[in-house]
Design a protein around this ligand. Structure first.
Ligand code: 13P
Length: 251
């Protein structure tokens, strides 16, 4: 039985004060409604170390939204895995569609980032997902297969246990268009079959596969009740403590 994982990707939102306010509100809500799932927040880099102090003693876990695959050096504007570790992160989102499509990240870069994150003791939340044009021309599975297998190239059966996969159809991100529960389930089950082929059935059954793309309290229940949907990677709806909590209590 897989425990559900609800993660909030804050994206480029919330300065330090707004981050503190949101975390304090969420912590208070969680005191009154115990979560049955794992709860992760991924604030921007500038709020991570303060967030790490604020969540101490609560059930909230901390993740970052990106990292570089090198250890250090002349990479202006980038942040390394050890910096994230020292800021208190346990997780890091890797290969989000906004990184792929706005910042040009390739499967190869994403694979290097996953390997570096794991070697630093961070757990990657590895994002995959097709564009609308790819869904429309019937190549969703090809894209998902390519992204999954390239991203996991050289990853061992022991390492996959520390990776969360997040399926986020790009056309559903920030658009208010959610994949229907059955559309999402179909891809999740396909991803699990890819993991099963590569790592074996038992390992595949334990891998967490989150859904992301316009998840809200009013559509989360049906999505989360699908066999292969093990949680959500939430964007817009995680920016308000009550709507994020509204999803957490359904998991
Ligand atoms: P929205 O929930 O705003 O669609 O964003 C999803 C997402 O990209 C989470 O990583």
């Amino acid at each position: 039985m897989r425990k559900k994982v609800i993660a909030g990707n804050w994206k480029m939102n919330n300065d330090l004060q707004a981050s503190e306010n949101l975390i304090v509100e969420l912590k208070n809500l969680l005191l009154n409604n115990k979560a049955n799932c794992e709860v992760i927040i991924c604030p921007p880099f500038t709020s991570l170390s303060e967030a790490s102090k604020l969540i101490d003693g609560s059930e909230i876990k901390l993740g970052a939204q990106n990292m570089h695959f090198e250890d250090s050096g002349a990479f202006t504007g980038e942040v390394s895995s050890s910096m994230l570790k020292s800021a208190g992160c346990e997780f890091v989102i890797i290969g989000h569609s906004e990184r792929r499509h706005i910042f040009g990240e390739t499967d190869e870069m994403i694979n290097k980032k996953i390997k570096k994150a794991l070697s630093a003791g961070l757990k990657p939340i590895f994002c995959i997902g097709e564009l609308l044009a790819e869904r429309d021309n019937g190549t969703t599975n090809d894209v998902i297969k390519r992204q999954t297998l390239n991203g996991l190239d050289g990853i061992s059966v022991d390492q996959i246990k520390n990776i969360i996969i997040a399926y986020e159809p790009v056309w559903a991100i920030g658009t208010g268009k959610t994949a229907t529960p059955s559309q999402a389930q179909e891809v999740h089950s396909f991803v699990r079959s890819l993991i099963s082929d590569k790592y074996g059935k038992k390992t595949a059954e334990n891998v967490i596969i989150q859904y992301g793309g316009s998840v809200k309290p009013d559509n989360a229940k049906e999505l989360l009740s699908q066999n292969d949907i093990d949680g959500a990677l939430v964007g817009g709806a995680c920016l308000k403590a009550d709507s994020f909590m509204g999803i957490i209590i359904l998991a």
